[in-house]
Design a binder for this molecule. Structure first.
Ligand code: PEP
Ligand code: MG
Length: 325
């Protein structure tokens, strides 16, 4: 299937209106890295770090992690890699951690909540990342931030770790970017100051959507019940993009929906300019964006709003079909 997109591999995802969408890939294993070249991704927009913690029966050592992250950066050849700190807890229980018995694991003690309550592991991981960067740029984001204070506390851990590493004589990253994943609706309504302080926001659409519609992403009975292109959700996403534009905060979308061409097109139409997806989705997404005009899609979304459509999908699909003929 990748051959079908070989002719556009080196071309930008530029729409007919001239706007360019920057396409990045999601990864989590060393084995994913060769896709950076073969897919034409501009970088790794989401590197999920939990796999290295889940596949073993004891806590990985700092040195092992630093070596692994260093190899990831080597393999990226200077392309940006956004490392997401450990997103575990509840359902993703580490075999060597005391299990917790929680009635609603998805709403439970997970991700940054664990990181802040038991900072030892987070500090170790931040140290490993700083050492792996070894003078190169470093981008890190924290998962599942529900309120500004959590981001501030995590950012403070990063600053403390940087200071400690410097005292120990390690070379610091040449540039450091610290971001937050926006995966809970509450963060979209955080004070303006949050958007001013955070260096970038990455919308984790998988979790954000499940909490927006109160529909479990793991539950077959409800997980496909609500369309991502439902206008309520699209309006919500557009609001987030506009808040980020107001403060000049970089914003991207890294949930699975970014890899679905029609969804990606609509995300571009509401102002998102950076998407991160499975490597195999980059070709199809780019191909559709190049055939369409984002201003026109935006207008179609506006008309759907005025009509009171439930989802913009039917209208956008009609538009897409018309681009072929
Ligand atoms: C998300 O929630 O959209 C996301 C990218 O993170 P994960 O799928 O790993 O929860
Ligand atoms: Mg998530």
């Amino acid at each position: 299937a990748q051959e079908r997109y070989a002719s556009i591999l080196d071309l930008p995802a530029q729409a007919k209106c001239g706007s360019v969408i920057s396409l990045h890939m999601n990864a989590g294993l060393m084995a994913d890295l060769p896709s950076l070249t073969s897919s034409g991704a501009e970088g790794v927009g989401l590197f999920r770090t939990e796999l290295q913690f889940l596949v073993r029966n004891q806590m990985p050592r700092r040195m092992e992690l630093a070596a692994l992250y260093s190899r990831v950066l080597d393999a990226a050849h200077g392309k940006r890699v956004v490392f997401r700190t450990l997103d575990i807890g509840s359902d993703k229980v580490l075999p060597y951690m005391k299990p917790t018995d929680e009635p609603n694991p998805a709403l439970g003690w997970r991700a940054i909540r664990v990181g802040l309550d038991k900072p030892g592991v987070m500090r170790m991981q931040l140290q490993a990342l700083i050492r792996a960067a070894n003078g190169r740029p470093l981008a890190v984001m924290f998962p599942f931030v529900a309120q500004f204070e959590e981001f501030r506390a995590a950012r403070a851990e990063m600053d403390k770790t940087l200071a400690r590493e410097e005292r120990l004589g390690h070379v610091l990253p040449s540039r450091i970017e610290v971001g937050a994943m926006l995966e809970t609706p509450s963060l979209a309504f955080a004070p303006k100051k949050f958007f001013e302080e955070v260096e970038f926001v990455s919308i984790g659409g998988n979790d954000l959507k499940q909490f927006f519609f109160a529909a479990d992403r793991e539950n077959e009975l409800v997980r496909r019940r609500y369309d991502t292109l439902n206008l309520s959700f699209l309006n919500f996403l557009q609001g987030i993009v506009e808040r980020c534009e107001e403060t000049g905060t970089a914003v991207s979308f890294c949930g699975e929906d970014a890899g679905r061409p029609v969804e990606a097109l609509c995300f571009g139409a509401i102002g998102l300019r950076t998407l991160s997806m499975r490597p195999a989705s980059i070709g199809p997404v780019k191909s559709l964006i190049r055939r369409c005009n984002l201003d026109e899609v935006r207008e179609i979304i506006e008309q759907a709003r005025e009509r009171g459509d439930m989802s913009v999908r039917p209208a956008v699909m009609d538009y897409i079909r018309a681009q072929h003929s």
